[in-house]
Design a protein around this ligand. Sequence first.
Ligand SMILES: NC(=O)c1ccc[n+]([C@@H]2O[C@H](COP(=O)([O-])OP(=O)(O)OC[C@H]3O[C@@H](n4cnc5c(N)ncnc54)[C@H](OP(=O)(O)O)[C@@H]3O)[C@@H](O)[C@H]2O)c1
Length: 305
Amino acid sequence: MKKVLIIGASSCLGSNLATYLRRHYLVYGTYAQHRPRIEDVPCFQMHLDEDTPILGVLKTLRPDTVIYCAGITDTQLCDRDSDLAFALNATFPGTIASAIGRFGSRMIYLSSAKVFSGTKGNYVENDFPDPQDIYGSSKRRGEEILKRYQNVFVLRLPTVFALGSLNQRSMLNRLLRQLWRGEKIACISDETRTFVSGRDLCQAVGLLVDADPIHEGIYHLGSSHSDTYYGFATRLARALGLSTKLISPVSGAHFHGKTVRHRHHDLSLGLGELRKQFGFEPEKPDEAIRRLQLGLKQGVFVPSP
Ligand SMILES: NC(=O)c1ccc[n+]([C@@H]2O[C@H](COP(=O)([O-])OP(=O)(O)OC[C@H]3O[C@@H](n4cnc5c(N)ncnc54)[C@H](OP(=O)(O)O)[C@@H]3O)[C@@H](O)[C@H]2O)c1
């Protein structure tokens, strides 16, 4: 059975991936501060810093695939500490790719739509990246560093709605908590995003774990459907039988105030190479929300194959 190591299994996406991939592979995970408890997935602490014996860990474990889910995702923290953002989002992924290259393993790096400025929208893989903030620039730097290595698959993600098993920071967890508590929510109604489900993410990553090495390169987890946060939140509330009256539309300018220097007006990602090379099709938004609703009813959210 193939061995998969998820660096950052404590992240929202990493814990979803671990839960899904453990059915098909021997999955191990790392965490820095928040120890994940995922059945059949042994996790150990690996705080990434200059002293971490990354090569030793990888030599001992010899994974066939490393999925890099760690990172600094809080854009305000990226602005405050750009060295940390570049280290976690770019330098360490490079160190890991260089180390595993020695054993012929592959790496899957989760990048972001924010490598684009958001002026055009519907971005495809060969559009020219033009990041406008520290987070986007650090993810782009990560992509550039990883270009030097073979056997690297870069998956650029839009907004993924996945329930983190323990991670309270995810956009969806926050939104659901507020809706359930009956709190008022202001959602941006003039910025466009692609929303894909955790199940889509898991299936796309599963394809890359098994892909022939000739397919290495950059992929977009895109969709032909895009929406605003306001549109997504109201759709979700309606599907869950919750009041949409609590959700009010606001402009991005009003929402961000002065905290954001650059607004990403349209960061939607088109589905290009994943469809062309693997025949991948994401779920339709209503199907994805129905599946989520079912998962919530059952008290768990495990994306099914
Ligand atoms: N969520 C999305 O919609 C989305 C969209 C585009 C791209 N992405 C990319 O997908 C990846 C996962 O995103 P996410 O939202 O699931 O992340 P997240 O929930 O914010 O989790 C961040 C992860 O980074 C780890 N980490 C932070 N500092 C670390 C350090 N010094 N050493 C080792 N690990 C450290 C955290 O470990 P602890 O929790 O244990 O401290 C956690 O596992 C990220 O690379 C992100 O850029 C996500």
